[in-house]
Design a protein around this ligand. Structure first.
Ligand code: SF4
Length: 345
């Protein structure tokens, strides 16, 4: 789409008399995003492109006069786009979001003002060794970061002063747990991944084969998709905490059994008690129904705010469901935008 935009800037400068470059560029981005969506391109799944479009939109919709290019000025297309991307700090802006197939125009979706502009390039990758304990090392001071200004626990979160010790003690307990039959078939316990210091927790249902082998949650194909979902809200995997209801893999990746959830659920309950996250995102039916104590289907739960012990919870589809049905990506995209908005409040 970026290439299309450059070509259109060069060849199709069809601005009206009353339209300045910023307004026209915004219109072009929306039109091209809509075209891409019709062609089946989900640009949000490409973090680099999504960030590029987001930056363009922020600049282009920041108001008249942001890009001072008089009508008819001779600017190479690339330079004009670069000019738009460089001019001043970003402001809150709309971003074209994918609509349901056949729903026509994608339409603008509000984005948090603190996003993207101050956020550096994606640094996501495989889990670090620290992820085993749910901890990771701080970033380099002064280095570009996508992390919002959250402050460090416990002061910013109301956690106990010894929360890290409590979490490690819980992990050690889980690592040798034999409370249900899954201990007989697991390769290893998958306690959590990501950064335990942050206030955003994703909760899935259970480890799969890859997770059982590697000891980290969400490292298979569904995990790669979760990484893209996280990147779609300007974060990376090391800036969230990820865990499951079950800490051991059910054989053949079958659904968690009620007795297994009963046995293992208290680990999740305790994790959340210790972490006191600001926002929880439940992935899929089991995590959503367990935390929200409901039997409603995920299709009715997703995209709505609930509360778990006073903590806002956003249920959405499990990434594995998106692998089976890619049409759900647009829905999840909408859900995680709400998530990021809540996070930035
Ligand atoms: S699934 Fe949970 S309760 Fe069952 S053995 Fe593993 S850690 Fe223990």
């Amino acid at each position: 789409m970026t290439q299309d935009l450059h070509e259109n800037l060069r060849e199709n400068d069809d601005r009206t008399e009353s339209e300045d470059l910023t307004q026209w560029a915004a219109r072009e981005v929306l039109r091209l995003a809509e075209e891409d969506y019709r062609r089946g391109v989900r640009f949000w799944a490409d973090p680099e492109l999504a960030a590029r479009v987001r930056d363009l939109m922020k600049e282009a919709t920041a108001g008249p006069g942001r890009v001072q290019a008089p009508r008819g000025a001779v600017l190479p297309a690339q330079a004009r786009v670069e000019s738009a991307a460089r001019s001043g700090p970003p402001a809150a802006a709309g971003m074209p979001g994918p609509a349901a197939p056949g729903a026509g125009s994608p339409g603008p979706v509000s984005r948090p003002a603190s996003e993207a502009g101050a956020l550096g390039p994606s640094t996501s990758g495989p889990p670090t060794s620290g992820a085993t304990s749910g901890m990771s090392t701080p970033g380099t001071p002064g280095a570009p970061s996508k992390r919002p200004v959250w402050g460090a626990p416990p002061a910013a979160t109301g956690r106990d002063a010894d929360w890290a010790e409590q979490l490690e003690a819980l992990r050690q307990e889980a690592l040798v747990c034999r409370k249900c039959a899954l201990c007989e078939t697991r390769s290893q316990v998958v306690f959590a991944g990501g950064d335990a210091r942050v206030p955003l927790v994703f909760v899935g249902e259970a480890p799969g084969a890859d997770e059982d082998r590697q000891g980290f949650p969400f490292v298979g194909r569904a995990g790669q998709l979760l990484t893209k979902i996280i990147e779609a809200i300007g974060l990376d995997r090391e800036q969230v905490y990820i865990c499951n209801i079950l800490k051991c893999r059910p054989p053949e990746n079958r659904n968690p059994a009620p007795d297994e959830i009963l046995a293992c659920g208290p680990y999740l309950t305790r994790q959340l008690e210790i972490l006191k996250p600001k926002v929880i995102c439940t992935l899929g039916l089991f995590a959503s129904q367990y935390l929200l104590e409901t039997s409603e289907p995920i299709g009715k739960l997703r995209g709505r705010w609930f509360a778990y012990r006073g903590i806002p919870v956003m249920p959405t589809y499990h990434p594995a469901a998106l692998l089976r049905n890619p049409n759900l990506k647009a829905t999840v995209w909408e859900d995680v935008q709400l998530l990021r908005k809540k996070l930035d409040e």
